[in-house]
Design a protein around this ligand. Structure first.
Ligand code: GTP
Length: 353
């Protein structure tokens, strides 16, 4: 599982925690994906870490609590997606022809992993990729396939994509193919390894699965993914509570007349004051929302304080920041960790971050 990226698109949240460790629906993204791997019968996972490597082991330890044997490998210099995959090769225990499953650690996916692995074995492919169909593929690299599922090309973003199928960030490699990735230098699996395999005539297969899929790379996707887990649209056995309109973690205090909806999560020890309305939002542990505040589609960092009557819509508030009463923040605005917005200082929208 690749978890070593910088997560720049999710700044400032990723200044204090790596993206795969940010809590969606109460637990790190990685915990949801590990639960899916375990539920599909995978019992040994190596986390390929780099940025803020130490926090993974502090949280998951040897994996016994999630029911998987976990190992950690840390890249001193980030090796990119392909380099990160190559770097764990020595720790694999399977035979040269056996399948190795690679996950991007920032994707929420309902993919049937067992079916993906079976397809890989049945076709005898060198690599099998999970492909997902999106309505508008212009923002993604796309992967055209033949009717029997052989990958033809890897195309970068283009205004006129020839297919709606995108690379969904989960692959099965034959072990010997993974070991042929060059060691000890940065490699992009998407830009170098896959096109190189095609050029060498390797059998690269696509497996189309159109169940739930979301890349949690942006703030809007992050709140969407968390809400989908809370409401059960994306099932996860790691959800720390029953499916419902909202998830309130132990130690949180929510005023009786506050309204939580559309998959809002209230983190451990967080507070929501009287009359506040918190909709499709993620409150990290210890965050607090004052009386009559209105918060929609936003992420509120650890221990951040949102004052009485403040209006937030589609914003990211960094850990420990304070937004005093009389502020209204909208449309992608981001407040850095520890910043203080004095009373009444912001009443405008911005889609710049
Ligand atoms: P952005 O900077 O916002 O694009 O996010 P990112 O750094 O996570 O990059 P991206 O979303 O492209 O990464 C896809 C997956 O690969 C994520 O799970 C990352 O954690 C992981 N990843 C990216 N670069 C590296 C790397 O150099 N080493 C390792 N081990 N994992 C990586």
């Amino acid at each position: 599982m690749l978890v070593g990226g910088q997560g720049t698109r999710l700044r400032p949240l990723t200044m204090s925690a790596p993206k795969p460790m940010l809590p969606v629906a109460g637990v790190p993204v990685t915990a949801h994906m590990l639960a899916r791997a375990r539920d599909a019968g995978i019992d040994h996972v190596i986390l390929a870490t780099s940025y803020r490597a130490e926090v993974f082991e502090q949280y998951f330890g040897d994996g016994s609590e999630v029911g998987i044997e976990l190992e950690y490998i840390t890249e001193v210099e980030p090796l990119g997606t392909g380099g990160g995959i190559r770097n764990v090769a020595d720790r694999l225990r399977c035979g040269a022809d056996d399948p190795v499953v690679i996950f991007n650690g920032d994707v929420l996916s309902g993919l049937d992993l067992g079916a993906l692995i079976r397809r890989h074995s049945d076709t005898g492919a060198d690599v099998t990729l999970h492909l997902h169909e999106v309505e508008d593929p212009r923002a993604f690299g796309v992967v055209p396939v033949t009717p029997d599922g052989r990958v033809l090309e890897f195309l970068e973003k283009t205004p006129d994509p020839p297919t709606n199928l995108i690379n969904a960030g989960c692959y099965v490699f034959r072990r010997s193919v993974l070991e042929a990735i060059p060691a000890g230098r940065p490699v992009s699996v998407e830009r170098e390894t896959f096109p190189g395999l095609l050029a060498d005539g390797a059998h690269v297969a696509g497996y189309i699965d159109n169940t739930y899929w979301l890349d949690l790379g942006t703030p809007a996707a992050f709140v969407q993914g968390s809400a989908d887990l809370v409401t059960g649209r994306m099932p996860s056995s790691a959800l720390p509570g029953p499916v419902g309109e909202s998830l309130v973690l132990p130690g949180a205090v929510v005023a009786a007349d506050a309204k939580l909806g559309n998959g809002t999560t209230v983190g451990a020890g967080a507070r929501v004051g009287p009359g506040a309305v918190v909709d499709a939002t993620v409150l990290f542990d210890g965050a607090s929302v004052g009386a009559r505040a209105q918060v929609t589609g936003s992420v509120i960092g650890r221990d951040a304080i949102i004052g009485e009557g403040v209006v937030l819509d589609g914003v990211v508030i960094g850990d420990g920041a304070r937004v005093e009463p009389g502020n209204e923040l909208r449309d992608g605005l981001r407040v850095f960790p520890g910043a203080v917005l004095a009373a009444g200082s912001v009443r405008f929208s911005s889609d710049r971050s």
